[in-house]
Design a protein around this ligand. Structure first.
Ligand code: ADP
Length: 712
């Protein structure tokens, strides 16, 4: 049933009622067990003491009646009468003096005080009672009665057992009811659980049902497609079988083709392997050549390799020199039977001197055998190949490969022999070059030593001679001045010439001395931070009269006032003098212009003229000692050819650079760059190159414009 059905609700109610009843039963059972026996005991106690009292009273009443009738024995009878009480423990009759006169029990002594005996008879198990016998206000005696509790105790025990049994039964019943209720609750839980399961099973069943339906549908459609594909399959199979047969035929054919191809490939593989082997061997020889081994060592390797690759009985390598007409053996295989050693010379006539390969396939069949061929035949050789070693059309040797079989060499063997010969030709050539280079190096060293000696001699000579010349010139100059002042006017022209010539001579000597000093490194510089523009201005002021004398326009412009560089005053003065001097000297009309500018980290002194210009061919030699464009005796301009040399050396020493651009017939410009103070040489160089893209390597010329040449 569903969980909230009436049956379920009823079941819950019944459970509740049962539980309540069970609790009540349990409580009642426990109460019975606790209270009923206590009450019964109380009532029995009361009952017993009442019975004892009434027995005593009855006996006393009986005795009184008897005494009233004057029967003295009546007290004793009372004891007999007491025996009628079933629970009697004792019954004692005591007279008015307290002595026992009758007793229901023999163990009580008669005529003895009851008081002294009562403790031996009475006990806690006995309920005692007493009644007095009074007759006409006379106390005749007292009757003592004791009832035993034993009988009551026994019956009480029985009752108690009954009550306990009943209470136990009630408690058991309560427990059983509770267990029943619990069981019912459990059953309900189980029912709930089952119901939930039932619901979920129903749901699953629903799902299952729909999936079965779906499955059936799928199955139907599958059946349909199965039959469709079955027919398709059969058709396809039929056509595939046909195709397969066709393919099979094709494969058979292809197999045959492949087998053929494999055969071809195998052959190619064999020849490739041979070729690789050949390459490896040639590589080994090449390596030995590259490692700088001697021709003889390389030849030994090459020939031993050749013996492996060629069907040769012996191989020989001869080197020849067509210029000296000499030939000698550089390599031979151990199988060579003629007794010649490596290094032995052989007649040049035996060596072939042309670049063609010479061969003979069968010496035995040869009618016109040469002497060498006859010797080979005697040696037991039937065929041979002679391959010349050729370097730049010159035959430098020959490789001979000979076989004891006729027609031993194929085209491939020819090629191998040619490869070996070519490699060895390179070896021979390199060894000759090495020898030449060594000789050349030795010559160079000698030449350098000689040049250094010469330079030392030159410096010493120049120093001595300059000094020797300068002293007398000073004398000549001094006395020519004296003469000039003294002689008559007609002779003044001659004394003037003497003075002029002496002055020129002194200038030349000064330049020579300066160069000698710079080259010997003996001139000390005094470098200080100075304004380049100011220095140049001072120097040009002194030179201005020279330009005026030649009627040239002369200008100086300082475009960079305050441009500080680290310079030596005397050096700068010398450089400016040399450059401006040249500009004036080589300019016959027009202008000479000097200016100082700055660009980036560089200060530049520029000297321009509109003079004769310099021939492009002379530009690379501008800074050579004593070089002048016109070297002939009848040259137009005086000078020693040292000015630019000295200037360049001084500029170099100050960390600057000098460049000259010139065009023949148009004019010349000289640029001297100095790094500005604080800038490194590298900074200055970088800045200069960045600005001047036309810069060219030093001592070389380059075209940097139409018809214009630059030298740096
Ligand atoms: P010198 O002027 O004493 O001959 P230099 O070393 O100063 O020696 O110059 C070498 C040569 O360079 C000169 O002889 C000349 O041919 C050429 N030269 C130098 N400066 C100029 C210039 N400004 N114009 C034309 N040619 C020059």
């Amino acid at each position: 049933p569903p969980l909230n059905s009436p049956a379920m609700r009823k079941s819950k109610r019944i459970t509740a009622v049962i539980l309540t009843v069970a609790v009540l039963l349990a409580v009642t059972g426990v109460a019975l067990f606790v209270f009923v026996p206590a009450q019964m005991e109380g009532r029995l106690e009361e009952d017993l003491s009442f019975r004892a009292r009434s027995t005593a009273d009855y006996l006393a009443a009986n005795a009184r009646v008897g005494l009233a009738g004057s029967r003295s024995t009546t007290l004793r009878d009372a004891a007999e009468l007491a025996r009628l009480e079933p629970d009697l423990a004792y019954a004692v009759v005591v007279n008015e003096r307290g002595k026992v006169v009758a007793t229901a029990f023999p163990n009580v002594d008669l005529n003895v005080d009851w008081e002294s005996q009562v403790s031996g008879v009475s006990s806690p198990e006995i309920v005692d009672a007493r009644a007095t016998v009074v007759v006409n206000d006379w106390l005749a005696g007292t009757i003592y009665v004791g009832l035993s509790r034993d009988a009551q105790q026994a019956s009480l025990k029985q009752d108690r057992m009954l009550v306990a049994g009943f209470a136990g039964f009630m408690v058991l019943l309560a427990l059983a009811s509770a267990a029943g209720a619990v069981q019912m609750k459990r059953l309900r839980n189980t029912a709930e659980e089952w119901q939930q399961r039932h619901m979920s099973v129903r749901r699953q069943a629903g799902d299952l049902y729909s999936s079965v339906r779906e499955h059936r549908q799928t199955q139907r459609s599958l059946q349909a497609s199965e039959s469709k594909y079955k027919s398709l399959f059969e058709n396809t199979m039929a056509s595939a079988m046909a195709d397969l047969e066709e393919l099979n035929r094709h494969l058979e054919k292809r197999k045959a083709d492949l087998e053929h191809e494999v055969g071809v490939r195998k052959k190619a593989e064999v020849s490739l392997r041979r070729y690789t082997e050949r390459l490896q061997l040639l590589n080994a020889v090449e390596r030995s050549l590259l490692e700088g081994k001697s021709v003889e060592e390389s030849a030994e390797l090459a020939l031993s390799m050749g013996m492996k690759l060629l069907p040769a009985a012996r191989m020989t390598l001869v080197e020849s020199d067509t210029r000296t007409g000499e030939a000698w053996i550089v390599g031979q295989t151990a199988t060579y039977k003629v007794h010649r050693k490596i290094g032995d010379t052989i007649p040049f006539a035996e060596v072939q001197t042309h670049a063609k390969v010479r061969s003979c396939a069968d010496l035995a069949a040869e009618d016109e055998a040469s002497a060498v061929e006859k010797a080979m035949l005697r040696e037991g050789l039937l065929s041979y190949v002679d391959v010349p070693l050729v370097v730049r059309d010159e035959v430098v040797g020959v490789l001979t490969v000979a076989s004891s079989l006729a027609e031993a060499f194929s085209e491939e063997h020819f090629n191998i022999a040619r490869d070996i010969a070519d490699l060895m030709a390179i070896g021979v050539h390199r060894s000759r070059l090495d020898t030449e280079r060594e000789l050349y190096e030795q010559e160079l060293v000698l030449a350098r030593d000689r040049a250094e000696d010469m330079a030392r001699l030159k410096t010493a000579f120049l120093t001595n001679m300059s000094h020797e010349i300068r002293t007398p010139i000073s004398g000549i100059m001094g006395f020519s001045q004296v003469l000039h002042d003294e002689v008559p006017d007609g002779l003044r022209e001659f004394t003037g010439l003497i003075r002029e010539s002496a002055h020129r001579l002194l200038n030349t000597i000064n330049s020579v001395l300066e160069l000698a000093r710079i080259e010997s490194g003996r001139d000390g510089l005094e470098v200080t931070r100075m304004d380049l523009g100011e220095l140049v201005k001072e120097a040009t002021e002194r030179l201005e009269p020279l330009a005026k004398r030649k009627s040239l326009s002369f200008t100086f412009e300082n475009k960079a006032p305050g441009a500080l560089c680290d310079l030596d005053r005397a050096c700068v003065d010398r450089i400016v003098t040399n450059l401006v001097d040249n500009a004036i000297k080589f300019t016959d009309g027009g202008a000479v212009r000097a200016q100082v500018t700055t660009r980036g980290q560089v200060a530049t002194l520029e000297v321009n003229d509109t003079g004769v210009g310099i021939d492009p061919g002379f530009l690379p030699h501008l800074f050579d000692d004593f070089r002048q464009e016109q070297m002939e005796a009848n040259r137009e301009h005086e000078g020693s050819g040292l000015g630019l040399t000295v200037s360049k050396k001084l500029v170099d020493r100050l960390g600057g650079t000098i460049r000259i651009t010139s065009e023949k017939g148009v004019g010349t410009s000289v640029f001297v760059d100095f790094p500005l103070a604080g800038a490194t040489v590298e900074d200055a160089e970088a800045a200069r190159q960045a600005v001047d893209r036309g810069a060219v390597p030093r001592q070389q010329e380059a075209r940097s414009g139409a018809g214009q040449r630059t030298s740096a």
